[in-house]
Ligand binder design. Structure first.
Ligand SMILES: [Zn+2]
Length: 263
């Protein structure tokens, strides 16, 4: 992940800044996922994966917590049923793109088709309209912003992460990393699959989950999905209820329209 941020620093100011959490929090609180101060948004990237995601779903059910899963189209395409299980358990599904590739190496059209293909699969398979997009490695480009507007997606990154993709990660290290940066209104990035990290790294995440939920609750913070993160947003549904995003007008209903007015 840091490698991506360093690459980005080579000459692309916006993606570089977007990948550095403290700077981003200050400059673009919305993009960082800053929400109401009594709430923490819990998000998982890189799944779904039959080897690990069901374990995360069970731990979340035991903790009585709903979260947002940023799905990779390529992973979901292997296991449509698992995408439906995530939604049936009351969680929110969102778009992490089709392939886990740094967007800096992609053309505007390649970027659009990657995000649109994942968006369409997530919608079709889970029966819910995804609202959020998170780019691989947190590197957001102008082309990705254009694609998001056309697809009705809002980009959301994070304010705290667990460094839970490394071979050295343990439940204690993930807990330390997250709580070192997390405050009320923050968005936590974790991973429910190890496809882009060290094999089995998700086990550290799994062990850290109940500790993180307890940490938040001791501070009077509610843990939930991004859909419940803003002031005035509805609370997360009770366990076992499908996530239903509230109806909203689509900003760009016509996908064939020209990309006027954006970079
Ligand atoms: Zn990722």
């Amino acid at each position: 992940m840091l490698g991506a941020a360093v690459t980005a620093l080579a000459g692309h100011a916006v993606p570089a800044v977007s990948a550095v959490a403290p700077l981003r929090r200050r400059l673009w609180p919305d993009l960082s996922g800053t929400g109401r101060p009594d709430h923490v948004a819990l998000t998982f990237d890189d799944g779904p994966d039959r080897r690990s995601t069901p374990r995360m779903l069970r731990a979340l059910a035991e903790a009585d917590v709903r979260a947002t899963f940023f799905l990779l189209g390529a992973m979901l395409d292997h296991d449509h049923a698992l995408g439906r299980e995530i939604v049936a358990a009351g969680h929110e599904v969102a778009v992490h793109g089709w392939a886990h590739r740094n967007l800096l190496g992609r053309s505007p059209w390649g970027t659009y088709t990657d995000i649109a293909r994942a968006h369409d699969l997530v919608s079709r398979v889970t029966g819910t309209e995804p609202r959020w997009y998170r780019p691989p490695y947190g590197v957001l480009t102008g082309a990705a912003l254009v694609a998001c507007r056309r697809l009705g997606l809002r980009p959301r990154l994070w304010t705290a992460w667990g460094r839970d993709w490394t071979a050295e990660a343990t439940p204690a290290s993930v807990y330390r990393e997250v709580t070192g940066d997390l405050t009320g209104g923050g968005t936590v990035l974790l991973h429910d699959a190890d496809g882009t990290g060290a094999p089995g790294a998700w086990q550290a995440t799994l062990g850290a989950l109940p500790l993180l939920v307890a940490w938040a609750r001791e501070r009077g913070l509610t843990v939930g999905p991004l859909g419940s993160h803003r002031a005035g947003s509805p609370p997360a549904p009770p366990p076992g209820r499908r996530w239903r995003p509230p109806a909203r007008p689509r900003a760009f209903p016509d996908r064939g329209r020209s990309r006027a007015g954006t970079g």
